[in-house]
Design a protein around this ligand. Structure first.
Ligand code: CA
Length: 427
């Protein structure tokens, strides 16, 4: 992954607040889909607490090539995501050059929109959503709850496990999450009732860029080129519905009632400083099969990001208390790289399309408080966590507000963030 002038930690931006922005300094420049007042959804680029109206800016330059690109900025971002790494990288360097040169302020300033005045949307039309299970400590810990002697099934270290999720219920951060009802097993047989074990799952979302034609797998050596960017993803899960329905075909209604996505697509270019080697395999682990093995991917296909989960209850907010951090872990705990997920998903010829969404699977570390779900944080609901009000939680209750956050941090580089991934439980 190439570093260039856009990663300079001392670069300064003339947009007010950009240099002190925790998430969106000029080294980040993530894409989003936003609308304002009477103007419908269109492409934006976040800088500080503002958005650049990308299409309007491109139209203003008068260049033919910009007009073509500007056409891709109207409506959901699928076509923009499909344009690939070269177009994306050139646009990044160009925006960076203008945003760091006060003498060129007039070129972009007319197209800045305060983020507070914009409504953010799911950034693209998600044709398909697949969810992996690549967080090895999550898989081990959850496996142990069900199979104490045999937590990790033998296929886990050979194949990136996944299932086909539901795209229609992917919602943007801030959308309330309604507690689902479903079939839940009980001593006198199953009953249809509201879930009592509503949980979150901290994952990264991967948005597909160019994609592949049906019947033409993406080689692992090219897989990274098909990733347009990353988001935060909360795969809300009703554990009691899941426990009854998941055998033999896997999760179904326990997860399809809502999946929350953060609105900002952080690009592979912005994440270049935060790449790291693939998960270090133990000496007894099998090597990945050749179609999943690429030297460059092994060397830098991982992501070193700090992930944090925050929770506030309705009572906490009524008493003016701030949210509390309930977990912190690293994305280095993904056993499979995003490129391996892309290569595996397309390996049977399945076509991935621009804007398709892949979830990485819940990311947890080894420590008790390094967990991406309440199921793990509370040991299957047996060890409640205590909130500052004295309330306790095993699973989520009405009024609970959960926020996922992620940061790239590395000495010598400006740290960047992903923006919020928030959902409040209704019912
Ligand atoms: Ca999941």
């Amino acid at each position: 992954m190439k570093l260039d002038e856009t990663h300079a930690p001392d670069a300064r931006c003339w947009v007010p607040g950009a240099d002190t922005s925790a998430d969106f300094p000029v080294q980040n420049l993530p894409f989003c889909l936003f609308s304002t007042g009477d103007l419908g959804p269109r492409a934006g680029v976040a800088i500080g607490s503002s958005l650049i109206d990308l299409g309007a800016f491109l139209h203003s330059t008068g260049h033919d090539a910009d007009s073509v690109l500007a056409e891709l900025c109207a409506g959901p971002l699928n076509a923009l995501l499909a344009s690939g790494a070269e177009v994306r990288g050139a646009l990044r360097r160009r925006l960076f050059a203008i945003l760091t040169d006060p003498s060129r302020r007039g070129e972009i300033e007319p197209f800045l929109v305060p983020m507070a005045e914009a409504e953010l949307h799911v950034p693209c039309e998600i044709g398909d959503y697949s969810d992996f299970y690549a967080g090895i400590h999550h898989a081990t810990r959850v496996g142990r709850l069900f199979r104490p002697d045999n937590p990790l099934l033998p296929n886990y270290r050979h194949i990136p496990i996944g299932y086909h999720g539901r795209a229609s219920s992917v919602v943007v951060s801030g959308t309330p999450v309604r507690r689902p009802a479903g079939q839940i097993a009980g001593p006198e047989g199953p009953r249809f009732q509201p879930s009592a074990r509503l949980d979150h799952e901290f994952e990264l979302g991967i948005l597909v860029g160019p994609g592949n034609l049906l019947g033409h797998p993406i080689p692992i050596s090219e897989a990274a080129d098909h990733i347009a960017g990353f988001t935060l993803l909360n795969d809300w899960s009703a554990r009691d519905i899941q426990a009854w329905e998941y055998q033999p075909l896997g999760p179904f209604l326990a997860k399809s009632f809502a999946t929350t996505l953060s609105p900002f697509i952080v690009t592979p270019e912005a994440l270049a400083p935060f790449r790291c080697p693939a998960f270090p395999r133990g000496k007894d682990d099998p090597a990945p099969l050749p179609y999943l093995l690429d030297p460059q991917d092994q060397a830098e296909g991982g992501l070193s990001l700090t992930l944090e989960t925050f929770l506030s209850s309705a009572a906490m907010r009524e008493q003016g208390m701030k949210e509390v951090r309930i977990a912190s872990q690293s994305a280095t705990n993904l056993y499979w790289t995003p490129a391996q997920m892309i290569a595996h998903h397309s390996s049977n010829g399945c076509n991935l399309r621009p804007g398709d969404l892949l979830g990485t699977g819940t990311i947890s570390g080894e420590g008790q408080d390094e967990a991406g779900s309440l199921l793990e944080l509370t040991d299957g609901g047996t060890r409640p966590i205590t909130l500052p009000t004295g309330e306790t939680r095993t699973f989520l209750l009405a009024g609970d507000r959960l926020r996922l956050a992620a940061r790239g941090e590395r000495p010598g580089f400006r740290s960047i963030g992903f923006g919020p991934c928030v959902g409040e439980i209704i019912g």
